[in-house]
Design a protein around this ligand. Structure first.
Ligand SMILES: Cc1cc2nc3c(=O)[nH]c(=O)nc-3n(C[C@H](O)[C@H](O)[C@H](O)COP(=O)(O)OP(=O)(O)OC[C@H]3O[C@@H](n4cnc5c(N)ncnc54)[C@H](O)[C@@H]3O)c2cc1C
Length: 394
């Protein structure tokens, strides 16, 4: 470690031997049981050249390296499994070049800063107001606001540059970018991204349904008829009451891009709920905590025609559940089941999107996982890049 600090000092690369070590896994009752190690150093590169230099010396010294953006990953991506790990924080690599249909940016660029968006993203996480980074979301997040129309955040990414575990700067395009998407930095440090943007104004509507069957019918219609919503999120009656003081019915937030507003059914004014969209996509977990409650939660990705069946099964398994669901472009509902009473998080089998596990394995498709595992196997045999986050046994 001494050689590393001397090297950083000589090169003028900023570092600290102690500091705030962010990690939001503590919100999960399962992940909070894992005791991560303290980092030995935190480095703050300002650009790609500095990242390359850091990786070079890390390789020579065989030191574990864990990248970090703003530290809001809540699925164990920042739990340090090995002693003497070095954290590479990207927040000093924040810059944007805007083009007509896309932007190029540094990985440490936040989606949102000083009360406004830094550019107009197509898909962004519900933690955007926390000034989380675009690089951290690409490498550790998945779906978000806008995913009904546009899918997961990585589908918006056209090209990336990454310093791989061999210390080489590589450019990845199209499908190949999945090597780094949701890979938690296990395959390299992303240093540059080119992503599509959405220049449209968004208009939010609110729809109410007397029961889950009615909501399910509406959602199936949305997919069958390809209703061009931008974002769809639903809350169960108990959640509508808990958060917004509205009771009795299921509520659906349907946001639409201004130029296609005539194509969707008119609903009530949804501006108030849209302003609080940080409460969707697991944002309710934080809301529980702010209210002084310990949340127990799980996320399933369910076919839209099985939503009512899922809700009925979950209702039988979980005491006093609340539900929040976000619709994706694949005809699936990502359903958060949350309760202040403990329950078994895997009550519905295979469609679990495991937010209570530090392994990336069951949060991406088999072909996506295969790309990550193969790259890891070829370029990081020592497992120095965010060690212990991929399982090779199943
Ligand atoms: C209440 C709550 C709600 C959330 N809702 C959403 C949501 O709607 N959608 C969503 O996608 N996520 C969500 N998240 C997860 C997280 O907040 C987001 O993914 C966020 O964008 C992470 O950004 P960050 O800058 O904090 O990244 P970090 O947490 O710092 O990093 C994320 C992961 O990526 C790796 N990483 C970071 N930068 C790089 C890099 N340059 N190269 C390689 N690897 C890197 C890190 O090692 C880590 O494993 C939520 C989290 C919480 C606590």
């Amino acid at each position: 470690m001494e050689r590393l600090s001397k090297f950083l000092m000589k090169e003028g690369i900023e570092y600290s031997s102690h500091g705030d070590y962010g990690d939001w896994s503590w919100t999960s009752p399962v992940l909070s049981e894992i005791k991560g190690k303290e980092p030995s150093l935190i480095v703050f590169p300002k650009n790609e050249e500095e990242v390359i230099k850091i990786v070079e010396v890390i390789r020579e010294e065989h030191v574990p390296l864990v990248p970090r953006g703003k530290g809001f990953n809540n699925v164990g991506g920042l739990i340090l499994n090995k002693e003497n790990s070095v954290i590479l924080e990207t927040t000093k690599t924040s810059w944007i070049t805007e083009n007509e249909n896309h932007v190029q940016l540094g990985p440490g660029t936040p989606y949102y800063s000083k009360g406004k968006f830094t550019f107009n993203p197509r898909v962004y996480p519900s933690t955007f107001e926390r000034e989380v980074t675009v690089g951290g979301n690409f490498c550790g997040g998945a779906y978000g606001i806008g995913s009904y129309r546009y899918g997961p955040n990585w589908d918006q990414v056209l090209r990336i540059r990454m310093v791989n575990p061999k210390g080489r700067l590589v450019t990845l395009e199209g499908e190949d970018t999945k090597v780094a998407a949701h890979a938690m930095g296990t395959t390299g440090i992303v240093t540059w991204l080119e992503i599509m943007r959405n220049p449209q104004k968004i208009l939010p509507f609110l729809y109410f349904f007397d029961n889950i069957i009615e909501l399910e019918k509406f959602l199936m219609r949305a997919y069958d008829e390809a209703l061009p919503f931008y974002h769809l999120s639903a809350l169960s009656p108990s959640a509508m009451n808990y958060i917004f003081g509205l009771d009795g019915r299921w509520g659906l937030l349907g946001a639409v891009e201004e130029d296609v507003v005539e194509e969707v059914p008119k609903g009530a004014d949804g501006k108030e709920i849209w302003r609080k969209r940080s409460l969707f996509n697991s944002g309710m977990v934080e809301y529980f905590i702010e209210k002084g409650e310990r949340p127990f939660y799980t996320v399933y990705k369910v076919d839209v025609d099985q939503v009512s069946e899922f809700i009925s099964k979950a209702g039988a398994e979980v005491k006093s559940p609340m539900f929040e669901m976000n619709l994706t472009n694949e005809g699936k509902a990502r359903i958060l089941t949350i309760s202040s009473v403990p329950f078994h998080v895997d009550f519905y089998g295979d469609s679990l999107f495991n937010v209570n596990s530090p392994y990336i394995n069951n949060r991406v498709t088999p072909s996506h996982l295969n790309k990550i595992k193969m790259y890891k196997r070829l370029y990081d045999k020592e497992d120095l890049f965010n060690p212990g986050k991929i399982r090779f046994d199943k």
